[in-house]
Write a protein that binds this ligand. Structure first.
Ligand code: NAD
Length: 334
């Protein structure tokens, strides 16, 4: 099958080509899919997309007019696709419903440890010949209460890690997960979780219901020393509400692998450019904020599984076989 792969980075090409082994006719572009680039896919029955591709109604109409029938995502989240519009156009949307949840969970735990013990700052200091410890003091993670919002695959893997550190677990989800209960997790309302957690980690999908889950009102519930971690999707947090909070709070901290306006920044080298986004530039000035560029998924195992699942999705679509990774419009509500 002819497939145009958008938002290609060298590792995408390497893993997709080695998995496909010539079964499919893959073409690659580093362009992001949007209204301006949808025409590139004319006569391609399938496109393969990533998290920053903008797959709204207009783009889908253009793709459909050009003969595209399948949009397959190299990601778990599908908040960037208008599923209703795809369904009306008779297009199939697929995703990678699961790959290594450990990749993201381990990264979230890494952010907690790095931020707490200031490992990133210590590294810079030591390189600069400064061996003083002032400003690097952290807290024992052992015995702290960790609130996990969304206890699906990644939230569960993260809970295992934090339980291993000796933390108490609070969970909030639409469905209770017996694996988390066995770990000792207590399911509570979002409000109770936010009021009582020392570390809050977001692992729910971005849906209309979870958009700005963390906003000025919910931030007001936080404990003074809280650490907030977001490795899920940027728009779970109202970033504009975060900045006044960070200016006031003295002992809180925030770790963000995702940012609501990341699409025009992440996965690019902008080191010799003027970055126009004043919000992220302001966030970067806080010593208690740690930002990474949506890399939590980025392990060899995860990228390999993403490629294998993506090729299997294309195989199944081409053969007209059922596939568990088809995303239906009902999924929008999470
Ligand atoms: P999952 O579907 O296994 O789990 C998501 C959980 O969130 C489910 O248990 C679901 O019931 C719950 N949920 C849905 N709506 C909720 C709500 N309103 N309140 C509380 N919980 C709710 O998904 P997963 O594989 O664990 O992935 C979680 C998210 O992580 C994805 O949606 C994606 O956005 C993000 N992600 C980020 C990266 C990264 O590199 N940073 C990589 C992969 C996934």
């Amino acid at each position: 099958m002819k497939v145009l792969v958008y938002s290609t980075r060298p590792y995408d090409r390497e893993f997709l080509e080695s998995t496909s082994q010539g079964k499919h006719e893959l073409s690659f572009t580093d362009a992001t899919l949007d209204e301006g680039t949808a025409a590139l896919a004319r006569d391609y029955p399938a496109v393969c997309c990533f998290v920053h591709d903008k797959i709204g109604a207009e783009v889908l109409e253009q793709l459909s007019d050009g003969g595209t029938k399948l949009v397959t995502l190299r990601a778990t989240g599908f908040n960037n696709v208008d599923l209703e519009a795809a369904s009306k156009l008779g297009m199939t949307v697929m995703r990678v419903s699961h790959y290594s949840p450990h990749a993201v969970a381990e990264f979230a735990a890494g952010l907690v440890l790095t931020m707490n013990r200031n490992i990133h700052r210590a590294h810079q200091r030591v390189r600069d010949g400064n061996f003083r410890l002032e400003g690097l003091m952290g807290f024992d993670v052992h015995g702290k209460t960790v609130g996990v919002v969304g206890t699906g695959r990644i939230g569960t893997a993260f809970s295992h890690i934090m339980r291993g550190f000796g933390c108490n677990l609070l969970g909030h989800d639409k469905y209770e997960n017996s694996e988390c209960i066995e770990l000792g997790m207590r399911y509570v309302s979002l409000e109770e979780l936010l009021r009582n957690s020392d570390i809050i980690s977001l692992h729910c999908p971005l849906t209309p219901e979870t958009h700005y889950l963390i906003n000025a009102d919910t931030i007001a519930l936080f404990k003074p020393n809280v650490m907030l971690v977001n490795t899920s999707r940027g728009a779970l947090i109202d970033t504009d509400a975060l900045i006044p909070y960070l200016k006031k709070c003295r002992t809180c901290s925030v770790c963000l692998d995702v940012y609501e306006e990341e699409a025009d920044l992440y996965y690019r080298d902008l080191s010799d450019k003027v970055i126009e986004d004043d919000v992220i530039m302001r966030l970067l000035t806080f010593p208690n904020v740690l930002i990474t560029g949506h890399q939590a998924f980025f392990t060899r195992e995860a990228v390999e599984t993403i490629a294998q699942t993506t090729i299997k999705n294309i195989d199944d679509f081409a053969a007209g076989r059922d596939n568990e990774n088809v995303v239906k419009p009902e999924a929008v509500m999470g």
